[in-house]
Ligand binder design. Structure first.
Ligand SMILES: [Zn+2]
Length: 171
């Protein structure tokens, strides 16, 4: 991973220590996200805080900011999409504990002492993306979906018309 952020974390140890990290997360290192992007250039700016809340619940909070180039699902051209994902993860042991979390937390299941950090952050970015990426209205592609349909209609000639013309030509 890029500078400023650890590759692996021990979430509970960091929460007890109240550690903070800031750094860059290169898009090129995120394989699952990369498969959705038109370009893997650039990096996210990441700010993280490990700690425990008033109830003693260990958490990982922070923000992931940057830009990605998604493919518009209408015209298949790249479109810049700003990312500003809030991280509010509560560390839990299992699904049962996760179900009891207050609504403002998402669960981070900590099954092993140390975990890779990048996949955790990648999940948060993936959750923040639109289900279907589309250029917004003023973009020309918003009207493009009509054009190909008209062309297709022109190409599709009535077979009976073809037959009639052949007959006429042969007379
Ligand atoms: Zn488009």
């Amino acid at each position: 991973m890029s500078s400023g952020l650890p590759d692996r974390i021990e979430p509970l140890v960091l929460a007890l220590a109240g550690r903070r990290f800031s750094g860059e997360l290169a898009l090129a290192t995120l394989g699952r996200l990369g498969s959705l992007l038109a370009s893997q250039d650039g990096a996210f700016r990441v700010d993280l805080e490990f700690g425990r809340d008033e109830s003693g619940q260990p958490y990982l909070a922070g923000r992931i900011r940057g830009e990605v180039e998604l493919l518009c699902q209408r015209c298949l051209e790249p479109m810049v999409h700003p990312v500003d994902a809030e991280v509010r993860l509560a560390m839990v042991q299992d699904d049962e504990e996760a179900a009891r979390l207050p609504a403002h937390y998402e669960p981070l299941i900590v099954a092993t002492e140390s975990m890779e950090l990048a996949p955790i952050l990648e999940d948060e970015v993936l959750l923040s993306l639109p289900i279907v990426a589309l250029h917004s209205e003023p973009h020309p592609c918003a009207t493009e979906d009509r054009a190909p349909r008209e062309k297709a209609v022109v190409k599709r000639e009535n077979p009976f018309a073809v037959l009639a013309r052949l007959k006429r030509d042969n007379q």
